[in-house]
Design a protein around this ligand. Structure first.
Ligand code: ADE
Length: 419
């Protein structure tokens, strides 16, 4: 039996409860699911092992899983994204939480191991570290797992690689790929929360600045859109010609990072890849630039190279490190290159996490009933769940939509009616 919880300070629980209460007011779909789970207890007796950002929104999710009868173990999915007050409130509420802000790499994996020690039947991962751990150092427990879910693009990419190589040992549902997840969470969530993180840490004016968005996936699209809304001149860098073209036609300047480096004032990486701001960019970035990352891992900016080119560095504001380069330039790195929206702000707003986490909760119930029919592959969220989440979200927003008439349905099913 593993420890009950390991957190920073249980005395923060009161503050955490208020944060969770606030999130609950803004997550009506998940709260409806919680009410239904409370009555039916569809997750009775199931141990769920989670590796998620420990935020107020995650709290609403794990409390919903518990209301459904599950025994929930939770580790953080990033060393800087845990809200210690939320963790304390969850610990008081009987969630086995192993997370605190600022833990080191060894502690990070010890926390994941504490979750694995509980022999989860279902894993819920954000970024893939829990799944990877079960497939490598902790193979002793992999046989207990019937299935898993994955919250984010980076994790889904990793698990697809595992499946292609025949190395994935249980089925995973790619929650990230649900329409009610990535079209909203990745786009509007990352868009707003990344700007939020930059502003909370720097308080600079964005209007009139050259704002470089590296990567034009759903997160990059949302960020570019919101940065433009703040009056910035947005530049996009891309490696995919289709996405680059889309950025051009969305009205953004597109250029290679080596060119953007010379004129950008603020840089944000959102690619899921490594050293996107690499040696060449760092050598050319103009004096005074602010650099941040909103991708899952802290590898998008080549921080070891930045350090090797610096005489020294120091934290000059919370989440802002000033690097003094040997050539005299000063560069400002936010949140140590970790997810700026979670490390320097509160992550995506509750309203979008409402949809992402409603998918998670409904998928867990679906897996309990269907996991045995699945192969060791990455599967999409069942369409009926995706549509249900959209329908419930609209309902809670008080928005009605039209329905097809019988005549329209017949028309859609016929192929003879033309001009
Ligand atoms: N990922 C991005 N924002 C998040 C949030 N608010 N809670 C949990 N995971 C997140």
């Amino acid at each position: 039996m593993s420890e009950n919880y390991k957190i920073k300070d249980i005395n923060l629980a009161r503050e955490g409860r208020n944060l969770i209460y606030w999130a609950e007011q803004h997550m009506p779909v998940l709260m409806k699911i919680r009410k239904d789970f409370e009555e039916r207890k569809p997750l009775n007796g199931i141990t769920i092992g989670c590796c998620l950002h420990v935020t107020k929104e995650t709290a609403v999710l794990v409390k919903t899983l518990k209301a459904g009868g599950a025994d929930v173990y939770l580790a953080g999915s990033n060393p800087l994204s845990t809200n210690d007050a939320v963790a304390a409130a969850l610990a008081e509420d009987g969630i086995h939480v192993f997370a605190w802000r600022g833990l080191n790499e060894k502690e990070y994996y010890e926390c994941i191991d504490s979750v694995i020690d509980a022999s989860p039947r279902i894993t819920m991962d954000d970024g893939g570290d829990l799944v990877t751990r079960l497939h490598t150092e902790r193979r002793d427990k992999i046989g207990e797992v019937i299935a898993g879910t994955e919250e984010t693009t980076t994790g889904v990419n990793r698990q697809r690689v595992m499946a292609e190589k025949g190395e994935l040992e249980y089925p995973i549902i790619a929650v990230n790929d649900a329409l009610t997840k990535h079209l909203f969470d990745n786009r509007y969530g990352t868009g707003q929360s990344t700007i939020d993180g930059i502003l909370r840490s720097t308080s600079v004016l964005l209007a009139g600045k050259n704002f470089v968005v590296c990567g034009y996936g759903w997160c990059g699209r949302g960020l570019a859109m919101r940065a433009r809304g703040m009056g910035a001149n947005v530049i996009v860098t891309e490696v995919d010609p289709v996405k680059a073209l889309e950025a051009v036609m969305d009205g953004f300047r597109v250029m290679p990072i080596r060119e953007a480096a010379k004129i950008g004032d603020v840089f944000v990486t959102v690619t899921g890849n490594k050293h996107v701001i690499g040696k060449e960019a760092i050598d050319n970035i103009k004096d005074g630039a602010i650099i941040a990352n909103a991708g899952h891992f802290d590898v998008e900016i080549d921080i070891p190279y930045l350090e090797s080119k610096s005489i020294d560095w120091k934290e000059i504001r919370q989440n802002v490190k000033e690097y003094h380069l040997v050539d005299g330039r000063k560069l400002y790195l936010l949140a140590d290159g970790r997810l700026v929206n979670l490390a320097a702000a509160e992550g995506h707003p509750s309203e979008v996490m409402d949809m992402s986490f409603s998918n998670q909760a409904l998928v867990v119930e679906w897996l309990i009933n269907n996991a045995e029919k699945l192969e060791n592959k990455v599967y999409p969220v069942p369409e009926e769940i995706d549509r249900k989440v959209a329908k419930l979200k609209l309902e809670t927003m008080g928005i009605e939509i039209d329905e097809l008439t019988d005549e329209q349905k017949r028309y859609m099913e016929s192929w003879k009616e033309g001009t």
